[in-house]
Ligand binder design. Sequence first.
Ligand SMILES: Cc1cc2nc3c(=O)[nH]c(=O)nc-3n(C[C@H](O)[C@H](O)[C@H](O)COP(=O)(O)O)c2cc1C
Length: 489
Amino acid sequence: MALTDTASERRVHYRNGLRGWLDEVQRMGELLHVNGASWDVEMGAVTHMLTEKSGGTAPAILFDEVPGYPKGFRTLYGHFSSIRRVALTLGLPLKYERKVDIVQRYHARMQNLKTLPPRFVNDGPILQNVIEGDKVDVLKFPVPRHHELDTARFIGTADCVMTKDPDDGWFNLGAYRAQVYDGKTVGCQITEGKHGRIHRDKYFERGQPMKVVILCGQDPLLFMLASSPLPEISELDIAGGLRGEPIDVVRGPYTGFPIPADCEIALEGETVPGQVRPEGPFGEWMGYYSDDTVPRPYVNVKTILYRNDPILCCAPQHKPVDETGLLKGIAGAAQIWRALEACGVPEVLGVWNHEAGPATRFTVVQIKQRYPGHARQALHVAASCQGGAYAGKWTVVVDEDIDAGELDQVLWAMCTRFDPVGDIDLIQKAWASKRDPLFLPGNFNNRILIDACIPYDMKLKNKFPPVVDVSGDLRAKLRAKFPHIFPPM
Ligand SMILES: Cc1cc2nc3c(=O)[nH]c(=O)nc-3n(C[C@H](O)[C@H](O)[C@H](O)COP(=O)(O)O)c2cc1C
């Protein structure tokens, strides 16, 4: 089942950050240019409507000529609503037989990755415009109000919030939303347990303010890594490893943090213990508006850096399937695969977080059963490892003949290989999200594990009925005989 990489597949090959990525996407025919959409819900709604039923084929959308803003001040939505763009971003082949193959290959790359720390340079496009003091105004960009019931504009959705661990000094990048309060003040909603939150809690416990950089337009690779449940390693170092060369960074004038030299927009600021403002509501990743509009720490913006004709990156999310479904499916699933192998679970053939889930709400693990209890072991590890634990709901395990990424096949296994009494386990009081409309008091959730594998003893004794299918040999013969009805794949 191992997929082999050629040397050229092992590297992220585009350069010049988001601009280079957009050139490639344009060449692939997957970039849609839209002029004249308003920042006030129109851009978010257009993205929603183009993505919801696209089945992984929606374009990336570059909005320009936003009324009230100079031409060239653009926004980008829908980075990852096609598998080909995910593959491009990670430097993987653009074509796959199964969706889970990209997860497998990404996981394999991450296993063997040599991280590379960023390289400081003296200049870069991000220093083309540097604004400080009274001139700071984040609304100089066409910051959208994304959903109809949002009451504020959000500058940070497809962002990378950079924080520094006060103990070890490593820099984390996390995608955490940033609401605009006014031109000099933005929110930063970081959920409990996320790295940025742990950093902030550490500073606040010591009564210290925390410096922060919010990248609001950057290389999609950084956004992808920032929104993935990775271990405590800087995403800048991981991105360098995936590219095979360090990320060039300039020193932020206010924070001293390493800011990617080719990024589009960076806000530098600080968040101060005790300074809070009501944050939200916002149309959230579970497909509902969050009603926990509560006081949260905010960021005093001190410096804005941006390149000429900047592109603000956006990923507001909405009722699935949304423009982040594949991103979360692939990035999160690779982390679950890693954990399964790290725990010694053998014969993992596929992992997929289904796009309609969203994120880890419906995870499927595909295994070749080797011993009694193998399936149950895979379920518990997948549901409880760091990549799968946050806000999970359904975890399903299937046999090797069921493609974990194909919902029809998974449902068939659940309908024919699963017994509702014996094949369910429950986990109670697990790590939840308040975005879940059914979160329990104390912010826990309960979740369900489904063993949809053929019972092991029946499999061993060949007692399970044969599947009605067309054999591989007959398929090949018919393909050769009738190429006009079965064109070469
Ligand atoms: C588009 C998008 C928006 C997100 N917004 C938030 C957010 O506002 N707050 C949050 O805690 N996590 C948010 N997440 C999830 C985190 O980015 C994700 O859990 C990531 O792993 C966090 O990084 P960390 O593991 O370094 O903490 C978002 C993810 C995506 C894809």
